[in-house]
Write a protein that binds this ligand. Structure first.
Ligand code: FAD
Ligand code: DLZ
Ligand code: SF4
Length: 511
């Protein structure tokens, strides 16, 4: 019996479970739909990347002899939604049986589950085995644990896939984790290595024109556009990263440098998340580079930990706790997102820099996301839903399964500790240590109060003071409240007044 096999924009892998056992009389459905392109106002680079990658992938499937029904955004019959396109395709083709791979978002999963009742279809949903830990396996691992820790999950994954593990089962180099060697402040002269620029195909040029005219008011610049849009191009970037950049990845993983958006980061997340690259092949290549003496252990391990550890862990947390996870707001944070997240002016050099990278590249690296824009949102008590919508729309690698636990859980501690053990709150001193931003900023990271005091400083203490009832018992914050209590009443009042002044200037667009 013939089947309709749906492939979503982030499922562009030959090995996708929905494509296993595909028959010549099956039809593969791929569709560009307005509902998905606008449920948040995605960055134009993200939309262009996905549409171009989808079109190339569809062409590759056709070249292999598969029947592909590809619906472009401008198709006059396009209904504008995945459900509408599935209904139209099954009616046109006379098909009642569908095969899908589980989607990355709860919202889309609900949609697919509604197709049986709504459209009278039989929908077979297959696991997404591109991930290295299935949802069932993660649920079993989590079961009965009072407190989950990524580190222990990561060790299990290393053992399961035998990555950086010796014959006797011990971790390569004798340690599981070289995180301490990944946190060096930027060395003088640290710059981003040059990056590959792929030639623009005719397909990409057409998509760039379409996105430019259709989404002119979405935040972010469309061109210049250098993303890979095929697996072949993504593999070139992967190999280039492993050869030239991975050797230096470890040391400065947490560093930030004015004018340098990429430093030694891989820029591979968009490709992995869309399916152009597979996480296991990347981890194996990174391990091989270490075994061939091409990269140091702290670089290989630090990189593999992000993919085999964090990436799988956050996905597990998402599916374990959805749908309730989406409504958590531990600190009841509700302050509106200030205009400077959307490029409005701010004198805070660190924020301005992170937002500029975001606007230009649909990218900022992990420490900018966590310790600059995320940290500010945390200590200023910005509305958790507005913050999540921002992260989901502005980054080319963002899908809810990975964005939400990172934003709500890791950056905002909005899940009260389901993902991490303590809030990643930091004052301007941390940013000063890990970057060269402060030297060019109107504010001074050494000052707590006054007109030129770094806003992060007073907000940091105000955050802990106003959330004392929720955080005081946290064992991982031993010195915060003892230090606060040692401040004189005058100093405490001064800090609170300064925080109030920061909030007032922020509301007036004067920060
Ligand atoms: P590298 O630094 O080169 O790291 C290598 C790879 O490890 C990445 O490509 C990515 O696949 C994986 N990785 C690293 N950290 C994480 C993590 N915490 N969670 C999941 N995977 C990780 N990542 C996304 O892919 N999509 C998101 O929407 C996203 N939103 C984030 C929001 C916030 C608030 C924070 C703090 C982090 C977020 N991250 C997200 C995680 C991380 O910042 C990005 O994966 C990383 O910056 C991508 O750049 P890169 O490929 O150069 O990564
Ligand atoms: C993010 C996105 C965008 C911008 N456009 C489409 C689209 O037109 N068609 C499609 O199939 N998927 C799109 N996506 C991805 C989905 O919104 C959704 O985030 C993922 O498929 C969830 O796994
Ligand atoms: Fe950011 Fe404060 Fe440093 Fe300015 S002084 S760059 S606001 S941390």
């Amino acid at each position: 019996m013939s089947h309709l096999r749906l492939i979503l924009a982030d499922q562009l892998s030959d090995s996708l479970s929905a494509l296993a056992d595909v028959e010549a009389d099956d039809t593969v459905l791929m569709c560009e739909v307005m509902e998905e392109a606008t449920y948040v106002r995605h960055h134009p680079k993200k939309i262009a990347f996905l549409f171009a990658a989808m079109r190339h992938f569809a062409a590759e499937l056709s070249d292999k002899g598969l029947q592909v029904r590809y619906v472009t955004l401008t198709d006059p019959d396009n209904t504008g939604s995945l459900t509408g396109e599935v209904e139209r395709a099954t009616a046109d083709l006379g098909l009642r049986q569908m095969i899908v791979t589980e989607p990355g978002e709860y919202r889309v999963c609900q949609m697919m589950e509604s197709w049986h009742a709504k459209l009278g279809l039989t929908v077979e949903m297959r696991p997404d085995d591109r991930f290295l830990c299935s949802i069932d396996r993660f649920t079993r691992w989590a079961s009965g644990k009072k407190q989950m820790r990524m580190e222990y999950f990561y060790r299990e994954m290393r053992k399961s896939y035998h990555i950086l593990i010796e014959q006797d089962g011990s971790p390569t180099g004798g340690q599981w984790n070289y995180d301490k060697e990944n946190r060096k402040p930027p060395a003088k002269g640290l710059v981003s290595p040059t990056r590959i620029r792929h030639p623009q195909s005719a397909i990409l040029k057409e998509v760039l024109a379409l996105v430019g005219t259709t989404f002119p008011d979405h935040f972010g610049t469309l061109e210049p556009f250098h993303f890979a849009v095929t697996r072949a191009q993504a593999l070139i970037e992967l190999d280039d990263f492993i050869t030239r950049i991975l050797p230096h990845f470890g040391d400065y993983q947490d560093a930030m440098v004015q004018g340098e958006a990429f430093l030694n980061h891989s820029l591979l997340s968009s490709y992995i998340n869309a399916g152009l690259l597979l996480p296991l092949e990347i981890c194996r290549k990174a391990e091989a580079a270490y075994r061939n003496n091409h990269v140091p252990l702290n670089a290989a391990e630090g990189f593999i930990r992000q993919i085999l550890g964090w990436r799988e862990y956050v996905r597990g947390i998402y599916w374990l706790h959805m749908p309730d996870y989406a409504d958590l707001n531990f600190f009841d944070a509700k302050r509106p997102l200030p205009a400077f997240y959307w490029g409005g002016s701010t004198a805070m050099a660190c924020i301005s820099e992170a937002v500029a990278h975001t606007r230009e590249h649909a990218y900022s690296h992990h420490i900018q996301r966590l310790m600059v824009t995320g940290n500010f949102a945390l200590i200023a008590g910005l509305d958790v839903k507005q913050v999540q919508d921002w992260y989901l729309s502005v980054y080319s690698d963002a899908y809810e399964w990975v964005e939400m636990p990172n934003t709500l859980g890791m950056a905002l501690f909005g899940d009260g500790g389901l993902l991490g053990s303590k809030p990643y709150a930091a004052s301007g001193k941390y940013i000063d240590k890990m970057s060269n931003y402060c030297a060019g900023c109107r504010y001074n990271p050494q000052e707590m109060t006054g007109k030129t005091a770094c806003p992060f400083n007073a907000l940091y203490w105000d955050f802990f003071a106003r959330n004392r009832n929720k955080l005081e018992a946290n064992q991982r914050l031993p010195f915060v409240y003892t230090t606060w209590d040692k401040f004189s009443p005058d100093r405490q009042t001064g800090i609170k007044d300064q925080a109030a002044s920061v909030f007032s200037r922020m509301a007036q667009g004067l920060l």
